[in-house]
Design a protein around this ligand. Structure first.
Ligand code: DX5
Ligand code: ZN
Length: 211
């Protein structure tokens, strides 16, 4: 199982988490970028992000919870970014946004909020690398997993198999050893987690890796 560590925390400094990650089995650093418009909260500025991410060699998985995500691509393409995910709900011309991200040589992800029906993504599966299923309402860490996300993952996975695309499915929000298992059984490829992992970074990363 791939594990992406979200560094969003209300109690631990992001840079202190990042400094530990190269000593663990984590696969990615998950960066939650919020603009105070698409979601209420705001996270780091780009110059803060450059500093924070300089403490690790791990590839980045960027989650843009912002309006006008096209404005952020150039910046994040300069970092060690592998995946860049924008929200379906934040973009009018999805095909144009997919092309913009690809033109920077990045893998494209589309995130969907809990209230968004997964079928809206089916026309785009063949053109994207990742579906990011939000299993909490975006905006902060430490919320409880929304159970309906399991079925959503299963439906998306079935559709990916049907269309025979290479798209991976990630899940983000309320992931711990128990919810991770449900998502694995539904076919998820990558787990994103913050609070559960921060409790005991090395050990809990290993638990999710081996789930
Ligand atoms: C929520 C963020 C998540 C969040 C996950 O809006 O997208 O990445 O940090 O935090 P936990 O794992 O605590 O739910
Ligand atoms: Zn996230």
């Amino acid at each position: 199982m791939k594990v992406s560590v979200s560094i969003l925390s209300s109690s631990i400094k992001a840079s202190d988490i990042v400094k530990e990650l190269d000593k663990t089995n984590a696969d990615f650093i998950h960066l939650d970028i919020m603009d105070g418009k698409f979601v209420e909260n705001k996270t780091w500025t780009f110059s803060e992000i450059k500093k924070i991410t300089s403490y690790s060699k791990l590839p980045l998985d960027v989650h843009l919870m912002v309006k006008n995500p096209e404005k952020y691509i150039e910046d994040y393409a300069m970092l060690n970014t592998t995946y860049l995910a924008f929200h379906y709900e934040a973009v009018k011309d999805i095909n144009k946004m997919i092309d913009l991200v690809k033109n920077y040589g990045l893998k494209v992800g589309i995130a969907i909020n809990p209230e968004t029906n997964e079928e809206v993504l089916y026309p785009y599966l063949k053109d994207i690398d990742e579906v990011l299923v939000m299993s909490v309402h975006p905006g902060k860490s430490g919320q409880s997993f929304i159970d309906a996300s399991v079925n959503k993952i299963k439906n998306i996975k079935d559709e990916i198999i049907k269309q025979n695309t290479n798209t991976i499915v990630s899940v983000d929000g309320g992931i711990n050893n128990e919810t991770a298992l449900l998502c694995k059984e539904a076919g998820v490829d990558r787990l994103v987690s913050a609070s559960y992992l921060h409790n005991n970074l090395k050990e809990n990363i290993n638990i999710l890796k081996n789930i």
